[in-house]
Design a protein around this ligand. Structure first.
Ligand SMILES: O=P(O)(O)OC[C@@H](O)[C@@H](O)c1c[nH]c2ccccc12
Length: 261
């Protein structure tokens, strides 16, 4: 059993409990657009993550205050804040997301393992503007249904892929945003080569590409940018930084010209 299988088993239990609880989630919440921010930006954008711990790294930073961290990210020019809401493996919570979404004016990404529409209702009610759908964690049908459900609810979706096969599944949705995860969620192996290999296969110049995971330095950011990334998603490096502003400056780069992919 891979770690991804383990996580999905826990999610199935969480979904069952949510459904049994008959909790109702608020349906009206204004959302902010990540695609708009990316389209209007001259620089490659940074999506900055709140991540206390992870299954691959254990504790990363357990005593930060999510709201203060998110406000700092916003001040430094983050395009969006990603909040890990999974409790069992990442020590996050939906309350973190809610508190962050109330405190910032930029879009907030609910970073979780979504397998059921009720999690989308919950994320939206907590203030998320964007959700993540992990192709490796879903059947084709689940992916299609969840994608349609989220977009019908005015949420933006990052369709996350790790290999070419997952990319072709994702592309069948004609998604606005593809997230290329440099970390294999089954083995935890990280290589930025993944962004390069996969981005090459994305021919639609309007599809936004986010390079996710393992970005530590300016040269990593350059590699992602040169591979065609419109944005990078950075967790650990920012969570462990003693000077977030400086780390942002290191990672901020001008965009490559469109069509140069
Ligand atoms: O901390 P990193 O290596 O900068 O990675 C951030 C982000 O990409 C990573 O947290 C992530 C990407 N996809 C995910 C899916 C589930 C959980 C976590 C993730």
């Amino acid at each position: 059993m891979t770690i991804l299988d383990e996580i999905i088993t826990v999610k199935q239990t969480e979904v069952r409990e949510l459904l049994q609880s008959k909790r109702k989630f608020a349906i009206t919440k204004k959302t902010h657009s990540l695609t708009k921010r990316i389209a209007e930006a001259g620089q490659m954008q940074i999506i900055a993550e709140i991540k206390r711990a992870s299954p691959s790294k254990g504790d990363i930073q357990t005593n930060i205050h999510p709201v203060e961290q998110a406000i700092m990210y916003e001040k430094c020019g983050a395009a969006a804040v990603s909040v890990l809401t999974d409790a069992s493996f990442f020590k996050g919570s939906m309350n973190d997301l809610k508190a962050v979404a109330e405190a910032v004016e930029i879009p907030v990404l609910c970073k979780d393992f979504i397998i059921h529409p009720i999690q989308i209702d919950q994320a939206k009610a907590a203030g998320a503007s964007i959700i993540l759908l992990i192709v490796a964690a879903l059947s084709k049908q689940q992916l299609q249904e969840l994608y349609a459900y989220a977009t019908a609810n005015d949420l933006e979706v990052i369709c996350e892929v790790h290999d070419i096969e997952e990319l072709s599944t994702a592309l069948s949705l004609n998604p606005a945003i593809i997230g290329i995860n440099n970390r294999n969620l089954k083995t935890f192996a990280v290589t930025l080569q993944t962004t390069k290999n996969i981005a090459q296969q994305i021919n639609n110049p309007n599809t936004m590409i986010i390079s996710e995971s393992g970005i530590r330095s300016r040269s990593d950011a350059m590699l992602a940018r040169d591979a065609g990334a419109d944005a990078i998603l950075v967790g650990e490096t920012l969570m462990q930084s003693s000077n977030i502003q400086h780390t942002f400056q290191q990672l901020q780069l001008d965009r490559r010209k469109k069509n140069a992919r």
